[in-house]
Design a protein around this ligand. Sequence first.
Ligand code: Z5A
Length: 212
Amino acid sequence: MSIGRGALIVIEGVDRSGKTTQCRKLVKSLNDRNIRTELMNFPDRSTLTGELISHYLKDKTCTLNDKAIHLLFSANRWENHDKMKELLENGCSLIVDRYSYSGVAFSSIKKNMDLRWCLQPEVGLIKPDLVLLMTLSDEVMLNRPGFGNERYENVEMQKSVKEVFQTFADNEDNWKVINAAGTIEAVHQKLLREIISKIEEIGDSPLEKLEF
Ligand code: Z5A
């Protein structure tokens, strides 16, 4: 397929919705179709800020001010901004496992954190062409293989995050909701259809910046 710039595709969803599984399959399927695509994930634990974030998530005794960790997650995206821009401008599409919306959702549900404040550090990052929200009923979510041991991996927090994601899906023009309850292959085919259609649609339109 002949395209101009690459497409920025973000996959969001609660823990265990299958984001990582699907992102890997999507990158393979797109490259198999000669659509040059790379995988990225946030938090990117390989960078300097990523190491701090990983420590914070793994060590629940680590105390860090809620605003400080929010800014670190955002800085982790800014650290990757120039690389993402270059790849996209050179025709490489990106499948991104979590992005700014996870940052805003997980922080804004904390006590004394304000949604508008949480959105600000994300302003100016590259706006995704498409955000695919993978949804699961609470019943299916609870029956998926268990949570790990990291901070935030608990039912109450995941339910609140789900509500913030739904608000984004209801209000943002670039979101699409995908029921993630089918088999891995069935969900994959649904996601792939949406992505290919978006890549065909964007052509060489300029990249946009996130604003809220
Ligand atoms: N966080 C934040 O606070 N601020 C930010 O700015 C960002 C993130 C970006 C770590 O994220 C935490 O950081 C996360 C949000 C917060 N906390 N939580 N929760 P992460 O991305 O490193 O990790 P994660 O997203 O929580 O977990 P995950 O393991 O990546 O989940 P997943 O990708 O959605 O699921 P999966 O690994 O693909 O699949 C889970 C299991 O389900 C696995 O056994 C699969 O084989 C199975 N599976 C997958 N699909 C299916 C289907 N269709 N049927 C049956 N079983 C399936």
